[in-house]
Design a protein around this ligand. Structure first.
Ligand code: ZN
Length: 411
């Protein structure tokens, strides 16, 4: 993203403020905000990564007096120490403003009834959807995840018009609605799907089974939560609220800025955050800058839909397996659903890849033919030959949070 003198001034202010926290005071001990005069100076600043945030546990990132903190959130983290992010009232208010903008970008109004299925609690998801809905003046229905019977009953009885969910949970609900034959009682018109990489095929399935228009909302707990960007009606690239944050796309290996339009890792610097300002935070989300002006007329800069995580890429026999490539490849095979799992094992001195996918095809012969097609597609598109194994629709696990796709059992 283009760095203007005005943004540089905001960055200097943010660095100065970050140094009020115990963590940045030590981490940036040699850095004077006044010395950040040019884009080059800025790009020499060290990155902040999740490890830094863990080291700051519990409140080392807090850059305001503890009395000014009105709330904390925490990112789950699969192992080890969690990350704690403190919020001031201004942070909560700013987040609501951004989230309201997301709803507006998706054409959602105060007349809508927003059915919120992401979890509430330390996680930022549910409460973020709610904050934005309340500021917008829409009716929020704070369901949280689970209890499909109740979800569908409330959806029908309250006439929910917007579904807020992860893509895997939206798919699960779509399947249940279809199974129960109650689609004509559902009034949903839009889905706002929380940041998770999802393939075109899954998108089409959710959209057609629920009969809704889908929007990708972006965000992460470390930087407010969901709601810092969303796509518009003009395409699947996401507008980012750059009055609150500055972003860069870097090469995840070298840390250098990627050329405009080149894929890389999204790095975010907060410009307004009080509780826990972050400088050059590595999101590990892979995307690219979309430079062309948007047909919707919004001037907010755009990034492409997230194609994966830099730490999700798995290397087998020197070849990278990228979940988004697998999505694309399976989308091209007739009779295969969007759900899959890849298991990588090390057996008899060799790496063995097994791809499980769902199909509606019955009979051993039909299934074997599709398995062959998946194996060939994998070889042609990814350069590796797996064993493909067909299972029935709904047999692979769905999750209310993010559904893991690749399981590497080699280590
Ligand atoms: Zn647009």
């Amino acid at each position: 993203m283009y760095l203007t003198e005005e943004i540089l001034e905001q960055i200097r202010r943010s660095v100065r403020h970050a140094k009020n926290s115990a963590y940045y005071r030590a981490y940036f001990a040699d850095i004077e905000p006044e010395d950040i005069r040019t884009e080059d100076d800025f790009r020499k600043l060290p990155f902040t990564d999740k490890e830094n945030l863990r080291d700051a546990y519990p409140l080392g990132l807090c850059a305001v007096p503890a009395d000014d903190v009105v709330r904390i959130h925490s990112s789950s983290g699969t192992t080890g120490t969690p990350v704690i992010i403190p919020y001031t009232q201004k942070d909560v208010d700013d987040w609501a403003v951004m989230f309201k903008r997301c709803y507006e970008m998706a054409g959602i109004t105060r007349a809508d009834r927003i059915h919120i299925t992401p979890g509430y609690g330390l996680w930022t998801a549910g409460i973020g959807f709610q904050l934005g809905a309340e500021l917008l003046g829409a009716m929020s229905i704070p369901m949280g995840p689970g209890n499909t019977d109740k979800q569908i009953k409330m959806m029908i009885d309250l006439g929910s018009t917007v579904l807020a969910a992860t893509s895997s949970y939206a798919l699960l609900l779509a399947e249940e609605i279809e199974k129960r034959g109650v689609k004509d009682k559902i009034k949903l018109r839009k889905g706002v799907i929380g940041s998770e990489r999802w393939g075109e095929k899954m998108r089409r399935r959710i959209a057609s089974e629920l009969g809704v228009e889908l929007y990708d909302i972006y965000g992460l707990t470390e930087i407010y939560g969901p709601g810092i960007g969303i796509n518009c009606q003009a395409g699947d690239a996401m507008h980012m609220w750059t009055d609150f944050l500055y972003y860069e796309i870097i090469d995840p290996k070298t840390g250098e800025n990627a050329a405009c339009g080149e894929s890389g890792e999204l790095v975010v610097t907060t410009l307004q955050k009080e509780g826990a300002p972050l400088i050059r935070y590595r999101t590990h989300d892979l995307t690219r800058e979309v430079a062309e002006p948007c047909a919707c007329g919004s001037d907010y800069p755009r990034i492409a839909a997230i194609i994966g995580r830099s730490d999700d890429m798995v290397k087998v026999k020197g070849t990278m397996i990228f979940p988004s490539r697998v999505d694309e490849l399976l989308a091209g095979v007739e009779g295969v659903s969007s759900e899959y799992q890849i298991i990588i094992d090390h057996m008899n001195g060799k790496d063995v890849i097994t791809v499980f996918f769902e199909t509606a095809a019955d009979g051993a012969e039909g299934r074997r033919a599709i398995e062959k097609e998946v194996e060939h597609g994998f070889k042609a598109n990814i350069g590796l030959t797996p064993k493909a194994r067909a299972v029935g629709r709904g047999e692979l696990p769905r999750s209310e949070k993010k559904t893991p796709r690749i399981f590497d059992n080699r280590y």
